[in-house]
Design a protein around this ligand. Structure first.
Ligand code: SAM
Length: 482
């Protein structure tokens, strides 16, 4: 029985409900009247306090994804852009992954870390190596990391992850600091989630990989990750452990994208129904080539066209949820989807264990790499590229440091205060980046952008403080936030 409030995986991600949704979507894919109604429901509405969006149910959003009327598809893309603009503006938050260990006891058939892969050297960073990696990342200008690790209770127990987090937060190299550590580790216990929360993590990220239980079990034939229910119910345990910001994701290419899309939205509805707050972010990775992995084996790969439509539909369905793409995607694809709803991207990424320290911008070690990186530009190049496209690269980490997590972040979004909070925070952290790390060309473009964008702060008091802070940053002070 489908029940979004249930804590049982098969009930909140219900196979029959997904099949019925797909049938309904297919039946209505040319139903102009219904699609127009759905688009109208999802459109931003002005309220006394600001702008609000109603979002969509998984059934409504699935109809949009199936829609085959070209001009309504165009309307859908325009709506996604409007929603992105209303809640995220032209800011794009920057982050980098930090791979701690590729030891893994699982057998995920798409992942090179699977324990039967004898081609890949196994490596786990020592605390000195973590320090070196973090210094290299700080020297690039990063303030926000996502730590990544294989699952191995002997080599990478929770104590190791916690020690790494402590090391990362302790390093203050020159003006550098990592101010937010997001964590992407395997599903674990409530007790371990509590420990992660106490260690001061930002978002706990766990990709579902696929919501299709039968495929899930085939794709994870052995190891703790084989347990579909334990994996699917992980976010409930994370929230029970006190983590309010959780990040969902599907690895697109493994199963049918329409099925995954419905499952993903049902998961978001479930979190909202049970915990009163939906996912903080949704990631949209696609399967990539890697050691011992041929992506062509997975015959559900999606092209850039469908990928863009998926992103637009996610943006419309869950308007307050951040959306992340990684350097799995190349520059052209990233350009295409940024405006449709992406709010966070990685830059200058290395997906190998120990891939940052000791390597120049051009060099990249491949031996322990998790997957091929398509966007191989440096962070400085990505930052300049974003600004040339009219975006504001943001190194802001203010929300969770100010206690604006979970529903408190959502309410900030909903009352339209982002323009007086996220916007100046983005500009101040960009100013720090320009002072400390940017090339002269990037700095020139950034200075002009900040001078123009600062006047989009509407509250005069906030504007006054922000202008003073920008001056202070130029004079050497750091870490201002609203
Ligand atoms: N080990 C943790 C887990 O199992 O959830 C998380 C860390 S893993 C390094 C991060 C993610 O990389 C996985 O959840 C998976 O979606 C993704 N991934 C694995 N193999 C990939 C591949 N060949 N191409 C693209 N992404 C891949």
């Amino acid at each position: 029985m489908y029940d979004p409030k249930s804590l049982v995986a098969d009930e909140f991600i219900n196979h029959e409900e997904i099949l019925a949704t797909l049938e309904y979507a297919e039946k209505n894919k040319s139903n102009r009247e219904l699609i127009e109604q759905i688009l109208e429901k999802a459109a931003p509405k002005k309220t006394g306090k600001g702008v609000e969006c109603a979002g969509l149910t998984h059934r409504e959003a699935s109809v949009l994804l199936a829609c085959d009327i070209p001009e309504l598809n165009e309307k859908m893309y325009d709506l996604a852009r409007d929603i992105k603009q209303a809640f995220y503006g032209n800011r794009i938050v920057m982050f980098a992954p930090l791979y701690l260990s590729n030891y893994c006891v699982n057998q995920c058939v798409y992942c090179p870390y699977h324990y039967q892969n004898k081609e890949i050297p196994r490596k786990k960073l020592t605390q000195d190596e973590v320090r070196a990696e973090v210094i290299a990342l700080q020297d690039m200008g990063h303030k926000r990391l996502a730590i990544e690790s294989g699952e191995d209770p002997v080599n990478n127990p929770i104590e190791y992850i916690l020690e790494c987090i402590k090391t990362i937060y302790s390093i203050k190299h020159k003006n550098g600091a990592i101010r937010r550590v997001n964590v992407n580790i395997a599903a674990t216990t409530v007790e371990n989630y509590r420990k992660l929360k106490e260690a001061g993590i930002g978002t706990y990220i766990l990709f579902q990989e696929t919501y299709h239980k039968e495929s899930y079990e085939k794709l994870h034939p052995a190891g703790p990750k084989h347990n579909y229910a334990y994996h699917t119910e992980a976010m409930d345990r994370a929230m029970e452990g006190g983590i309010d910001d959780v990040g969902l994701g599907v690895l697109f290419g493994l199963d049918m994208y329409k099925y995954e899309f419905a499952g993903l939205l049902m998961h978001a509805e479930h979190l909202e129904a049970v915990h009163g707050v939906g996912p903080h972010t949704i990631s949209v990775p696609r399967v990539k080539r890697a050691s011992d992995i041929d992506p062509n084996v997975f015959d559900n790969s999606i092209d850039d066209e469908i990928f863009s439509k998926l992103i637009a539909c996610i943006r419309i369905a869950v308007p307050y949820t951040g959306m992340i793409i990684s350097t799995r995607e190349n520059e052209t694809c990233r350009n295409k989807v940024l405006g449709l709803g992406i709010s966070q991207i990685s830059g200058g990424s290395r997906t190998s264990v120990g891939g940052y320290a000791g390597y120049s911008t051009e060099e990249r070690p491949h031996d322990t790499e998790q997957f091929d990186v398509s966007d191989q530009r440096s962070l400085d190049e990505v930052v300049k590229w974003l600004m040339d496209l009219g975006y504001i690269p943001s190194f802001c980490t203010a929300c969770y440091r100010e206690g604006r997590t979970g529903d408190r972040f959502m309410s900030l979004c909903k009352v339209g205060q982002i323009q007086n909070c996220c916007h100046p925070n983005a500009l101040m952290t960009l100013q720090e980046y320009l002072e400390d790390y940017a090339s002269p060309e990037t700095k020139a473009v950034g200075e002009a952008l900040i001078a123009k964008e600062i006047h989009n702060v509407t509250n005069p008091k906030v504007l006054e403080v922000a202008l003073k802070n920008l001056e202070n940053i130029k004079n050497g002070q750091r870490d201002f936030r609203f």
